[in-house]
Design a binder for this molecule. Structure first.
Ligand SMILES: [Zn+2]
Length: 252
């Protein structure tokens, strides 16, 4: 976790379709010509929000190669400047913005209350800390930078090997058995008692839940703590988890 470093891909991705960025991390095809994946007419329209945190360009490859997912990336501050209810079915948050303005709070709240899909990934668990409504009603957890009355704050650790195992049965973890992943862990986050845990780990540097359903009663919301860098982005179980989360939150 690092604050407020703006990575080059964020700037590059401001106004161009997703696939262009993904080309940076994908292996070149045999003829050397990279082509976008043809999208189905009814492909799920996904808006991926970045900004406020550096990340590997391998992140973009998570959304590539699926005809049924049409993802566009947009960083802050442009990402949440307009009503997203028309045109966007699933919002994937991979931003890290501690303070969010009232106008953007309204855009997010309207989206959540309209029954749209929301996927909160990795450092986006440190989002919008000036707006407790979000964690209490939507994501169901947040990273703690400033110690509260109990003196506790969250910590992170890079390059940990996590043994991850599914909890119960749910479409988001369909086809995902126990797996290992090399990733950054978070510990001592705040959690709502209303989350439904989907994946957990016993890595001592991590909180036990690493994926869960948020408490939102109007939208389907999935939170995934995993996803720091290319080691996670290239992990087949992680990639399937993100795809499942997009499909399920979209109502598929
Ligand atoms: Zn990270």
């Amino acid at each position: 976790m690092h604050m407020q470093k703006i990575a080059l891909p964020l700037i590059l991705s401001l106004l161009i379709p997703f696939g262009v960025c993904a080309a940076e991390s994908a292996a070149p095809p045999a003829d050397g010509v990279w082509r976008d994946t043809p999208r189905a007419k009814d492909a799920i329209r996904v808006l991926v929000v970045t900004g406020g945190h550096e990340h590997d360009t391998s992140f973009y490859s998570i959304f590539e190669g699926y005809p049924d997912i049409a993802a566009t990336v947009r960083p802050h501050p442009a990402a949440l400047m307009r009503d997203l209810r028309k045109g966007i079915q699933v919002l994937v948050l991979y931003d890290m913005v501690r303070d969010i303005e009232p106008e953007k709070q309204k855009v997010l709240q309207q989206f959540a209350e309209a029954g749209k899909g929301i996927v909160v990934m990795h450092h986006a668990l440190a989002d919008y800390l000036n707006w407790p409504w979000w964690a209490q009603n939507v994501s169901g957890a947040h990273y703690v930078f400033d110690p509260g009355p109990d003196g506790k704050k969250s910590s992170y650790k890079h390059d940990e090997i996590l043994d991850v195992r599914p909890v119960g049965q749910h479409p988001v973890i369909d086809g995902i058995g126990p797996f290992k992943i090399l990733d950054e862990t978070y510990k001592d986050m705040w959690f709502s008692p209303k989350i439904q845990v989907l994946l957990q780990t016993d890595n001592p540097t991590s909180d036990e839940p690493v994926a869960w359903i948020g408490p939102c009663t109007t939208s389907r919301t999935v939170c995934i703590q995993l996803g720091h860098d290319r080691n996670a982005h290239g992990n087949p179980a992680f990639r399937k988890l993100v795809r499942n989360a997009i499909l399920w939150t979209a109502g598929k």
